[in-house]
Design a protein around this ligand. Structure first.
Ligand code: CA
Length: 228
């Protein structure tokens, strides 16, 4: 089914058939079109068709885990991915987000909560800019999600790119670790804000090798700012 005239075309990858069926009915009732598959390899194959607007991806799946599916999809696509996790799978949640998922819900979740998260992701997708951004000696291509310094490409992970993009969007402003977490990680991260410092360090290492201009500055007691 095409998603052209609907709110969006959602791929559901969930091995609990009752839950998969429930999600399908609720989403279709809400005006989405859906595809449903029940294991990792089928999910990956469907995702590779590249016709969906969003993926709902269970973590615990037969044959290939949701984490692995997410990682492989991210190699070829920036489609929004919302992970479905069981209660208590916190390490899996962190791994899932690190593998490129945009958000997650924990079972049991309310359908309204899920709809809200889906809407957020689809809105984000629509508002992503298309223009090259120039900052310092960097050129950033938001849609292609690529970054060049002089004419050499800097290879960033999806999360590193999102972090850089967020800082660029808030150029010259001091942003707190909490703001970065909720915007870049896309939800109220339950863990430690140290994760922000870790990713800032990754970014600096990749962007500021040796001679280059320093772009990311630490703002004492607050967080970070990006300025030329
Ligand atoms: Ca499962």
């Amino acid at each position: 089914m095409s998603g052209a005239d609907t709110k969006g075309h959602v791929l559901i990858v969930e091995d609990e058939k009752n839950l998969a069926r429930y999600l399908q009915l609720e989403l279709e009732n809400e005006g989405f079109t859906t595809d449903v598959v029940y294991d990792g390899p089928a999910g990956l194959a469907k995702a590779y068709e590249n016709v969906h607007d969003l993926i709902l991806l269970d973590i615990m799946l037969p044959e290939l885990s949701g984490i692995e599916v997410c990682r492989r999809v991210r190699e070829v696509s920036q489609i929004p991915i919302i992970m479905i996790t069981a209660r208590g799978e916190v390490p899996d949640i962190v791994t899932g987000l690190d593998s490129g998922a945009n958000d997650y819900v924990t079972k049991p979740f309310s359908i309204e909560e899920l709809f809200a998260r889906i809407r957020t992701q689809l809105r984000r997708k629509e508002t992503k800019g298309n223009q090259d951004l120039l900052i310092g000696d960097l050129r950033i291509l938001p849609n292609a999600r690529r970054v060049f310094k002089a004419d050499k490409e800097i290879l960033l992970t999806p999360r590193e790119f999102d972090l850089l993009n967020f800082l660029v969007q808030h150029k010259e402003q001091a942003v707190s670790r909490e703001q970065i977490l909720s915007s870049v990680w896309g939800f109220d991260f339950m863990g430690n804000t140290n994760v922000v410092d870790v990713y800032i360090r990754y970014l600096r290492n990749k962007m500021e090798d040796g001679s280059s201009i320093k772009l990311i500055h630490t703002v004492r007691g607050i967080g970070y700012t990006l300025r030329e």
